[in-house]
Design a binder for this molecule. Structure first.
Ligand code: SF4
Ligand code: SF4
Length: 367
C-alpha cells in the first residue's frame, strides 16, 4: 500500500508561486469566477492534501473533477508549472482516496473493458451505427452528441506506398477516431502520401492511453503504453503521425522512447513541406486551436469531460460558440475528434450552418 498522494511530486507542486497570472486563461475560472475552480486553487488544494495540512474532503474533490486538463494554464504560467503532470498524478491519487461512485466506476469499466480493446470497441461502433439508423441514439445526451457514423476507417494494407518516398512514417489509427471520423484519417493519410511519405500502420496498435490518464487511470494508461511500445519497436519509422491533438499530447509526454518522433499531422506537414496546392479554397474559414496543440481556449470537450461533467462543459462551450459564430466563417477546421464532436453539437443547438471538419479534410481539398 503506497502512502496517500504519493504520485504527486512535491517538486512539481512547489513550482507554483501563486502569482495568479493563469487565472483568466482558465476556462473554469472564467465561467465561475471562483478561486477554487482555478489552476492556483487546485494546486493549493492538492499541496495541502499531499502535506497532510488539510484533511481530504469528498466535497472538495469536485474542484479536481471540474478541471478540464486542457493545460491552458501551463502555457501562460511564467514559473513553468508542469500542470498537466500535476493534475494527472493528482487525479490518480484522488481515485485511491475517494468514495466509489457509480459514474466513475462506469467510466473506468468503459475505458478498461471497451476502449482498451479494439475489437470490442469496433463491435460497439457497429452496434451504435445500427442504432443510429433505427433512430434509437437520440434518447440519451451522449447519443445525440454523436456524428452520423459511417463504416470505420480501415487501411487497405499494412503499408501504403508512395512514388519516390522521402520518409517512412507510422500512423496512429487510434481508438475512437476511426469510428467517429474515418474521413479525417482518409484525408490525413492521403496528405502524407502527397508529402512523399510511405505510411505504416503498426499491426496490433491500441488506444494510446490518453483517455485513461485523463481519467486518473495511470495504471491502465501504462499497460497500453507497454503494449504499444512492443508494436512500435517492431518497425522502423521516421515519425509517428497523429491526427488527434489529445492523443499526440499524451504520446509526447508518456512515451519517452518515442521522444522527438511523435508529430501532429500539421506539425509534420509543416516540417517536411508539401507540394504547391493545385487549387484555391474560396471559403471563409476559422480554426479551432486544440488545447493539446496550442493550449488555446478550450471548447469544453476534454476527453470524457463532456460526458462526466455536462453542465460545466456546456457553460464553457457556450463561451466558445459566441466567439466561433462571431467570426461569420462557413467552416471551422479542427485537429481533435473531441473538439469536432463538441462543436458540431453546439453549433447544431444554436441553429448554425457552419460546417466543422478536420484540418486534414480542408487541406486535402486544395490538392
Ligand atoms: S500556476 Fe503558474 S501562473 Fe498560476 S499561480 Fe501558479 S505560478 Fe502563477
Ligand atoms: S487544465 Fe484547464 S481547466 Fe484545468 S486548471 Fe488548467 S486551464 Fe483550468
Amino acid at each position: 500500500m503506497t502512502a496517500p498522494f504519493a504520485r504527486l511530486s512535491d517538486d512539481d507542486l512547489a513550482t507554483c508561486v501563486h502569482c495568479g497570472l493563469c487565472l483568466d486563461a482558465c476556462p473554469t475560472f472564467r465561467v465561475t469566477g471562483l478561486e477554487t475552480e482555478s489552476p492556483r486553487g487546485r494546486i493549493y488544494l492538492m499541496t495541502q492534501w499531499k502535506r497532510g495540512t488539510m484533511a481530504f474532503d469528498e466535497e472538495q474533490v469536485r474542484h479536481i473533477d471540474l478541471c478540464l486538463g486542457c493545460r491552458t494554464c501551463e502555457s501562460v504560467c511564467p514559473s513553468g508549472v508542469p500542470y498537466g503532470r500535476i493534475i494527472e498524478a493528482g487525479r490518480a491519487d484522488v481515485e485511491d482516496q475517494r468514495r466509489p461512485s457509480l459514474k466513475r466506476f462506469a467510466s473506468r469499466v468503459a475505458l478498461r473493458q471497451l476502449v482498451g480493446h479494439p475489437r470490442r470497441l469496433r463491435a460497439a461502433g457497429e452496434l451504435t451505427r445500427a442504432a443510429q439508423k433505427l433512430g434509437l441514439t437520440g434518447v440519451v445526451r451522449s447519443g445525440r452528441m454523436l456524428p452520423p457514423l459511417h463504416p470505420r476507417y480501415r487501411p487497405a494494407r499494412e503499408v501504403l506506398e508512395t512514388s519516390s518516398p522521402r520518409y517512412r512514417v507510422a500512423f496512429l489509427v487510434g481508438c475512437v477516431m476511426p469510428i467517429l471520423y474515418p474521413q479525417a484519417h482518409v484525408a490525413a493519410v492521403r496528405l502524407l502520401q502527397i508529402a512523399g511519405c510511405e505510411v505504416w500502420f503498426p499491426p496490433g496498435e491500441r488506444c494510446c492511453g490518453a483517455l485513461f490518464a485523463h481519467n486518473g487511470d495511470l495504471d491502465g494508461a501504462k499497460r497500453l503504453r507497454e503494449a504499444n511500445m512492443r508494436v512500435y519497436n517492431a518497425g522502423k519509422f521516421d515519425a509517428l503521425i497523429v491526427d488527434s491533438a489529445g492523443c499526440g499530447a499524451h504520446l509526447k509526454d508518456y512515451y519517452p522512447d518515442l521522444k522527438g518522433r511523435v508529430k501532429d499531422l500539421t506539425e509534420w506537414l509543416a516540417e517536411v513541406g508539401m507540394p504547391k496546392p493545385e487549387s484555391q479554397l474560396n471559403v471563409k474559414l476559422t480554426y479551432q486551436d486544440a488545447c493539446h496543440l496550442a493550449h488555446a481556449l478550450c471548447c469544453g470537450a476534454a476527453g470524457l469531460y463532456s460526458t462526466l461533467e455536462p453542465e460545466m462543459s456546456n457553460r464553457i462551450l457556450q463561451e466558445k460558440l459566441d466567439d466561433v459564430i462571431a467570426t461569420g466563417a462557413d467552416v471551422i477546421a479542427v485537429a481533435n475528434p473531441g473538439c469536432q464532436m463538441q462543436l458540431e453539437a453546439g453549433l447544431r443547438s444554436r441553429g448554425s450552418t457552419m460546417r466543422v471538419e478536420h484540418i486534414a479534410e480542408t487541406l486535402l481539398r486544395a490538392y
